[in-house]
Every structure is written in C-alpha cells, then in structure tokens.
Design a protein around this ligand. Structure first.
Ligand SMILES: NC(=O)c1ccc[n+]([C@@H]2O[C@H](COP(=O)([O-])OP(=O)(O)OC[C@H]3O[C@@H](n4cnc5c(N)ncnc54)[C@H](O)[C@@H]3O)[C@@H](O)[C@H]2O)c1
Length: 255
C-alpha cells in the first residue's frame, strides 16, 4: 500500500458509516487522503471517524442525509471551510428497494430510492464541480451496482436509480473531460455489508425470480475489494480513465 498515493488530497465519502463507504474511507485514509466522512447514522459515523483516525488521517464526520439539499450544502461547506477544497468525491451512500417489481412499487419507495441514489449524488456533484473546474482537477466516483447494468438483480426503483447513476456518471465525464475532471462509476455485485438489513423483501414472491439469478455465480465480496477499485480510480494512476462503468462482481454480470 502506497501511503502517499492520495497525499494532500481532500476526499468526501458518503455512507462512510458502514460497508463499502467505510472500507473506502479507511483505505483512502491509509493512502494519505484527508477524509470528510458523512452518513445519516451517527453511531456508524463515530466508528468511521475512530477507524480513519487510527489509519493515521485527519477525520471529520458530518452527519447528513444526502437526500436533503440543506444537509448536502452543510457537508460541502464543512469540507471547504476546514480544508479549502474537495479533490475526491465518492458518492457511495445508497439504499435498496425491497425488491419490488413495477406493479408493486409504491410512490414512497420510488421517491426515496431515487432521491438517495440519484438526486443526492447529483446535488453533491453540483456543489463540488465549480471548485474542481477552477483548479482543473478532480475525481468523482459513483457507486452504482450490477443493478445499473442489468434488469434482473433488484427491484424496479433500485434498478432504475442505478441505471440513472450510470448515466449521471457518463454525462459528467463527457461534459467536464476538458476541465481536467474524471467521473467514473463502479458496479459491485454482491458485497458483504449491512444493506440487506435495511431492505428486506416485503413479500417472498418478489424474490422468487431473482433468487436463481442471485445464486448463479454471485460471490459475496468483502467491501475492501470494491474500495481498492475506488481508490485506484481516485488516483492519478487512472489519469486516462474517465466515463468508465466498471463491474466489480467476480464476473457475475458477464454471464
Ligand atoms: N452490498 C452490496 O451487495 C451492493 C451491491 C451493489 C451496489 N451496492 C451499493 O454500494 C453502496 C454502499 O452500500 P453498502 O452495501 O455498503 O450498504 P450499507 O448499508 O452497509 O452502507 C450504506 C451506508 O449509507 C448510509 N446511508 C443510507 N442512506 C443515507 C442517506 N440518505 N444519507 C447519508 N447516508 C445514508 C447508511 O447509513 C450506511 O451507513 C450503495 O450505493 C449500494 O447501492 C452495494
């Protein structure tokens, strides 16, 4: 591990209180970045701050719901107030949708999933992009999913939201390429995190057809197996990688 890989870089990581976000925040910290960790869960955020500090980095925690403009404003304001800029943005926080197909999804689930998984990342990008354009440098990594590549891995809201996040990533990559900014999406398969505890299927029937797809070739990865890709994409080693949508799923989506 190169402890200077992200030296002098300031990174915001959303959903840093658990799973892939926590692994990413700790990895970026070990590799020299200053971390502004954010989550909606205070206990998870406290633990993240402890682990980031133990990794030897400066750790600020900002309790924020990325679905709320005022919270997102406060998060970016805090990063800029403390560190002057944001070099790396990891839009990781996301929620599942109880695997509801189109005929069964309710407006509350649809709106919440689209708000957290798409509008939150957009609001954060909108706030950090002007500073990145000014400095002609910046890396944005959006955590999408194999659900952003395929129709048969989750419910309609989650699948639609992750496809939208892939589109958001490509749009930003294209528009800001000449400004020295890179934006890429990672698409994990099954990862051992806490996402399942917050999105249990409401009715078993909604998992009936997904079950065999989930079983077929899906290896449950460790969060750090995704974090290592995110860290690389954030680094100068990936200087020519922009607009990439990269599965990190042990080949699940290749079938
Ligand atoms: N675990 C998987 O199998 C898997 C697969 C593909 C993609 N993903 C994606 O990875 C990302 C991270 O998920 P994870 O699996 O680590 O789940 P997780 O539940 O372990 O962690 C997600 C974190 O995001 C936080 N969060 C949720 N809503 C939030 C909000 N509105 N504002 C701020 N923080 C919020 C949660 O409190 C939690 O700490 C998500 O975008 C998810 O869709 C996960």
């Amino acid at each position: 591990m190169d402890t200077q890989r992200h030296a002098t870089k300031v990174a915001i990581v959303t959903g840093a209180g658990s799973g892939i976000g926590l692994a990413t925040a700790v990895r970026l910290a070990r590799e020299g970045a200053t971390i502004v960790a954010s989550d909606i869960n205070a206990a998870g955020l406290d633990e993240a701050q402890r682990l980031i500090a133990a990794a030897g980095a400066e750790a600020t925690g900002v309790l924020a719901d990325i679905g709320l403009q005022a919270d997102v404003d406060r998060l970016v304001d805090e990063a800029v107030r403390l560190h002057g800029r944001v070099d790396i943005l990891v839009n990781n926080a996301g929620i599942n949708d109880s695997f509801l197909p189109a005929h069964a999804v309710d407006d509350v689930t649809w709106d919440r999933v689209m708000t957290v998984n798409v509008r939150g990342p957009l609001m954060l990008c909108r706030l950090v992009l002007p500073g990145m354009v000014e400095r002609r440098a910046g890396a944005i990594i959006n955590v999408a999913s194999v659900g952003g590549l395929r129709g048969g891995t989750s419910g309609v809201a989650y699948t639609s939201s992750k496809h939208a996040l892939v589109g958001l990533s490509r749009s930003i990559a294209w528009y800001y390429a000449t400004d020295g900014i890179r934006c890429n999406a990672v698409c994990p398969g099954g990862v051992q995190t806490n996402i399942g505890t917050t999105s249990a299927p409401r009715e078993p029937v909604h998992l009936e057809r997904l079950g065999p797809i989930h079983a077929a070739g899906r290896r449950m990865a460790e969060p750090d197996e995704v974090a290592t890709l995110i860290s690389w994409l954030a680094s100068d080693e990936a200087s020519n990688v922009n607009g990439a949508v990269i599965p990190v799923d042990a080949g699940w989506s290749a079938g």
